[in-house]
Design a protein around this ligand. Structure first.
Ligand SMILES: *Cc1c(COP(=O)(O)O)cnc(C)c1O
Length: 342
C-alpha cells in the first residue's frame, strides 16, 4: 500500500558513524539498539552494524531482545533492565545476558543461571539503575562478563563526569570481570580515559550530536520526506491552521503536507520547522496539526499535489526548532513512515 510519508535511512552513514566512534574511543564499540534502534528499526540497524564489525548490542527489555531475533554466534546481546520478577521464562529461553542492577536481581539470576555469565551495572553517581559499590559482596559467585556503569552528565562539562570516572576505576580495580564499560555516545567524546574495554553509543550512531566535538564527524542517518496533499493560496489577512496563529501579511502560497505530531513531527516545529524542495527553503506556517503541516511554497511555483518535500531533520537544528531532545525526535518517529535503508 502506498504511504505518503517516508523515512529514508543511510547504511553508509550509520556504519560510518559506528566506525568513527570506535576509532575515537580506541576500544571495542557496541551499539544500543533499544527503543527499536532509536526509532529507525532495530533489526535493520543490527544487521548493518554486524556487517560493519559490531559484535555487542544492547536492548532495554527481554521483550526487545525477543523482537530483535537471533544474532550470529560471535555476537552478543545484553538486556539493560536486568532480570525482573517476570523475566525468568524469557531469560531461560533467549540467549542474552542480563545486566543485573540490584541484589534482588542477582539472587534471582543465581537461581536460574547455572554457569551462564551475566553483566552487572554499578551505580557511580547517577542513582538510576545499578548496585551501590558497597553492595559488591552480592557479586560473589557470579561470572561477570562485562561490568558497567553509566554517566549522568557526559553531554555537559560537569564535575560529576570525573567523579564517576574515579569511582568506576575503583570498582574496576576490585570487582573481577572480563570487560569494563562506562561510556555512552557523549562519554566517548570525553576522551579515551572513559573508553575502558567497551563503549556503548546509541544517539551518535543514529546521527545525533551528543557534544560539539562530534559535529564535524557524525553524519545524518535519517531523512524525512512527506507528500503534498494540497496546494492553496492564503490570501492577505486570512489565517492558516488551528488557532489561526498565522495571519498572512500578503498573499502566500502554501503546500499542505502529509505529516504531523502523530508521526513525531512535534508541535514545537510550529512556525519554526523547515522543509526543502529543489534547493529552496520552505518554512512551516502556523501550527503543526496531528496529520498535516502547512509550508510556505512561494519559492517553488511548480510544487503541486503528489510532490515530495524533505523536512529538515538534522538533529541538532531540529532539536533547537522543536524544543525536543535529539533522543525524543528519533524515538518519537511514528509507525506511519515507510522506512527504507539504502
Ligand atoms: C541508552 C544507553 C546507552 C546509549 O546512550 P546514548 O546517550 O544514546 O549514546 C548507553 N548505556 C546505557 C546504560 C544506556 O541506557
Amino acid at each position: 500500500m502506498h504511504r505518503p510519508l517516508r523515512l529514508k535511512c543511510s547504511k553508509d552513514a550509520l556504519a560510518g558513524n559506528w566506525r568513527w566512534l570506535a576509532e575515537r574511543a580506541q576500544t571495542a564499540c557496541a551499539a544500543a539498539v533499544k527503543a527499536d534502534g532509536y526509532g529507525l528499526g532495530a533489526r535493520s540497524v543490527t544487521d548493518i552494524l554486524l556487517d560493519a564489525g559490531c559484535r555487542d548490542f544492547f536492548v532495554s527489555t527481554w521483550w526487545e531482545a525477543d523482537q530483535l531475533g537471533s544474532l550470529p554466534h560471535d555476537a552478543s546481546l545484553a538486556v539493560l533492565h536486568g532480570l525482573g520478577p517476570d523475566d525468568g521464562v524469557a531469560a531461560s529461553r533467549i540467549r542474552a545476558r542480563p545486566v543485573l542492577n540490584s541484589a534482588q536481581q542477582i539472587r534471582r539470576w543465581k537461581e536460574i543461571a547455572g554457569d551462564r555469565c551475566c553483566d552487572v551495572m554499578i551505580d557511580t553517581g547517577m542513582n538510576r539503575l545499578g548496585l551501590r559499590q558497597e553492595q559488591s559482596d552480592a557479586l560473589d559467585g557470579l561470572r561477570i562478563h562485562t561490568l558497567h556503569s553509566h554517566l549522568a552528565c557526559a553531554d555537559e562539562d560537569h564535575p560529576l563526569n570525573e567523579d564517576q570516572l574515579a569511582r568506576f576505576r575503583d570498582a574496576a580495580a576490585t570487582i573481577p570481570a572480563e570487560r569494563y564499560s562506562l561510556a555512552n555516545s557523549a562519554g566517548i567524546m570525553l576522551g579515551p580515559d572513559y573508553g575502558f574495554d567497551l563503549v556503548r553509543p546509541g544517539l551518535a550512531l543514529y546521527g545525533g550530536i551528543p557534544r560539539p566535538e562530534a559535529r564535524e564527524h557524525i553524519q545524518q542517518v535519517a531523512r524525512i520526506e512527506a507528500q503534498v496533499v494540497q496546494r492553496r493560496t492564503i490570501r492577505r489577512g486570512e489565517s492558516c491552521g488551528y488557532s489561526a496563529t498565522l495571519v498572512a501579511g500578503e498573499d502566500t502560497e502554501a503546500a499542505i503536507i502529509n505529516i504531523g505530531y502523530a508521526d513525531g513531527y512535534w508541535r514545537g516545529f510550529s512556525a519554526s520547522g523547515r522543509a526543502y524542495h529543489a534547493g529552496s527553503d520552505l518554512p512551516v506556517l502556523g501550527r503543526v496539526s496531528m496529520d498535516l503541516v502547512a509550508i510556505d511554497c512561494d519559492a517553488v511555483p511548480h510544487l503541486q499535489e503528489g510532490d515530495w518535500v524533505e523536512l529538515d531533520f538534522t538533529l541538532e537544528e531540529a532539536s533547537a526548532q522543536s524544543g525536543k531532545s535529539q533522543y525524543e525526535l528519533l524515538t518519537g518517529l511514528g509507525d506511519r513512515f515507510e522506512r527504507s535503508w539504502h
